[in-house]
Every structure is written in structure tokens, then in C-alpha cells.
Design a protein around this ligand. Sequence first.
Ligand SMILES: Nc1ncnc2c1ncn2[C@@H]1O[C@H](COP(=O)(O)OP(=O)(O)OP(=O)(O)O)[C@@H](O)[C@H]1O
Ligand SMILES: [Mg+2]
Length: 481
Amino acid sequence: MYSIRWKILIAYLLIIIIAFSVVAATLIQLVGDYMFNQRVRDDQRVAENLASLLSEALYSLDVRAMYDGALNASAEKLSRVMVLDRFGVVQVDARSELNGRRFQNAEVIRALNGGGPDYGFYDIDDTGTLSHRTGLTALGNIREMTGLYAAPIYRDSELIGALVYISQAQEIYESLREITTQTILWMVMVAASALLMSMFVVRTITRPIGELSAGISRMSRGDLSTRVEVRGKNEFAQLASAFNSMSEKLERLDKSRNQFVSNASHELKTPLSTMKILSETLLYQENYDPEMQKEFLSDINKEIDRLNRIVSDLLTLVNIDSGGMQMNLGETRLRDVVTEQVKRLTPLAREAGLELSCVIRDPCETTGDSLKLQQVVYNVIDNAIKYTPRGGEVHVELAKVGKKAVIRVEDTGIGIPQEDLPHIFDRFYRVDKARSRETGGTGLGLSIVKQIVLLHDGDVRAESVENKGSTFTIELPLVQK
Ligand SMILES: Nc1ncnc2c1ncn2[C@@H]1O[C@H](COP(=O)(O)OP(=O)(O)OP(=O)(O)O)[C@@H](O)[C@H]1O
Ligand SMILES: [Mg+2]
């Protein structure tokens, strides 16, 4: 976690420093170039003007006039003017230091050789020697920087000498140095504030990651109630809320699994205890009563049937949950499924004193596992019979609606209270526990119905009015022809 923090910080800083350095260097270069060019242009003009001004004086070797001109020009700008003859010998030096000496440097030679006017920049170090300045860096310690201009002097288009104009350029160097220092100062300040900002940014990035990973490790230790704080709306907030909804789901799943196990154990325990009591009574019976023995054994047999049913229902559900449910899919005609189950349940309905009717409007071909669909239809009609008092009616209808087959099972029974309706498809859920036990129900029937219908990409729902009756609607996709 810390390594990512440092990596981001360093990357951030490097990017800023590099970008700033490139920009600063380019800017300093541009400004420097501009200042130098400006100066070159100005000074060159002065040099050329002087060259033409003193041309006559040089020709006539009028030292006085040359000297006046040179001094005049030099006084202005802390500069120095020299007039050289055709061979580079100094005729007049405004500072009178080099009079009569040869003055030769690249610019002068070029000017005297007919190469036109030329200029160069020189550094004057502590010993007073001129050294040619090549690059333009404002660093380093330079006592004085000068520009040197050599302009050829013509008379009647004949080259008769050269004018050397040396002007101090130190202030350019100074201001350039000032700009550079300022820039470096700025760079340090920007880098420092970037560092602060990036520390803040990195913190906002790494903090939620840290919290999330702490949450994950808490969860992996078994604490499913773990939630992390969701801050803002960014990607980390999305991650945090995804984590929260995941842990919520896991917690809910864990709870419902525990509930399922405890319900199942309870349901299994009831017939077992009944059987235990019955068998013990038989075992310790003093007087042998064959009538009673037969009755008890038949009760035990019923409890065994009940156990068997619960266990096979549980197995079915567990199979569906683990995705291990074998589906024998095939073209199934729902008309056959429905009529067969109605036929199967007619005796039960008659016994319960009910009228069971059935209307088939369309044959309704669907792709499905016909055995499982039979189980679905059986369960729903069985419920309708079980929860409808004597004299009532159960009506089954099959019809095609749009692209779906719809099976409706309507009864005039006891109905389901509104608050129970959303739960009747839950495992082991029974509205009236006592009554359901009487009818032998465990509350697994509808949850199996729901799972099987979902496996067929279908849907099942219930509507009911208490004491009036219930309607169960099963929708299954039809085979597209
Ligand atoms: N047609 C209906 N009329 C009134 N109540 C119903 C009807 N169908 C289901 N119920 C209620 O929904 C509950 C759940 O039904 P479900 O079929 O899952 O369980 P069961 O019939 O009690 O037991 P099982 O089907 O496992 O033998 C029932 O206990 C009952 O209270
Ligand atoms: Mg049932």
C-alpha cells in the first residue's frame, strides 16, 4: 500500500519537474534570444552608421575627427569604438589603449575580408582577456559580457578599414540570470505545492483502498456484517458500494441458509419424535391389543411417508440450488400436462367435496422438462384443493397469451392474507402452521414450483383475497414457430 503511494508521488513529481524544466528552458532560451537579437540589431545600426560617418576621416587619416567621432559614440553607452585601417591596425581607440596595435579577431577579419558586418559576444574575465561566447547560459560567474561589432568602412565602394564597436551587454546577462533564478525559484515552489497536492491526492486514492482491504480481510475472517464507508461518487465509491452490496447479499444468504437448515431440522424432527412416541408406546405396551398396534403402525407408516416427502423435497431444492438439477428438456405440450394432473387430482377433489373444472383454450407447446412441469401443476392444484373448504370450486385454465402460455389455477378457498402473499414462495413458509401440519404440508411445495418455473424462464405469481379465494398464475414461454 505504501509502495503505491510512493510510486504515484514520485511519478507526479517527476512529471511536474520535467515538464516545468522543459518549459522554463525553452522560455529562457526564447527570451534570451529575443534580447540578444534586439541588442544586435540596435548596436549593428550604430556601428554601421559610425562606419559611414567616419569613412571620410579615415580616408584622410584625420585622427582628430576620428577620435571625436569615436569618443562621442563611446560616451553614450559605456561602449568603446575603434577605427581600424585596411590591415587591422588600430588608428583610433576611444580608450587610447590599443592605438597603433593590430586588433584581430574573427569578426574584424571577416569584415576586412569583405565579408560584410559581423558581430559576436565575448566574455571578459578577471584578467581582461576576451573569450568568445558560444552558448547562451545565464549561469556561471562572468564579470562582464560584451557585444563586439565589426563594420567594414567603405569609401566609394572601396574597403578602407573597419569600425569596431564594443558595447557592454552585461545587463542582458544580468536580466537573463535574474529570469533564470526566478524560474528556478518558481519551479521549487511549484514542485513543493505539487508535492503537497499529490500527497493529498494520493491519500484520497489510497485511503479507500486501505479501508476496503481491511473490510475484505475482516469479511474473510467470517464477519459478514462488515460494511465500508462510501464517500463521494467516484470509482472508489462505486467499488465500496459494490463491496457493501456484496457483503449484504452474502450476509442475507448466510442467514437464509442457517434459517433453512434450522427449519429443515425442525421439520425432520417432528415426524421422528412422533414415531419415537408411537414405537415406545408399542414397545412397552402391557396388554397386547392388535387393533391399537395396527393403528399405531399405520401412523408410523404415515410419518415415514411424510419424512420421505420432506427429504425428497429438500433434495430437489438443494439440487436446484447447486445447479445440479438434471433437466430433460423437450417439446412439451402443456395441454397434456394440465389435463393429466387434473385427472390425477379429481379423486382427491371429490373426496374433499370440491368441484374441479378445467378449460383448455390452446395446446401450448413449450420447451421444458415434462416431469418437472407436471410437478409444478400438481403442486399448485394440490394447494388449491388443500386450502379450499368443502363445497368450494377449483378451476384450472390453460391459454396462450401473446408469446406465453398461461396456466391459471383459481379456487374459492380460504385465501392468503396480504401480508403473507410476498412470502408464500419462501422455503418452509406456511400461513397457518397448525392447519398446514394437519394437511401434511411442509411449506416447500411453492418454493419448488417457483424454482422449476424460473429454470424454464417462466414466472409464477399469486393473487388472493382472504376468505374469497386465490389465483395462481404460471407463465411459460411458448415454442417460437
Ligand atoms: N391455494 C391456496 N389457498 C390458500 N393458501 C395457500 C394456497 N396455496 C398455498 N397457500 C399457502 O401458502 C403456503 C405455502 O404453500 P406450499 O405449497 O409451499 O406449502 P404447503 O402446501 O403448506 O406444503 P407442501 O406443499 O410442501 O406440502 C401454504 O402453507 C398455505 O398457507
Ligand atoms: Mg403445497
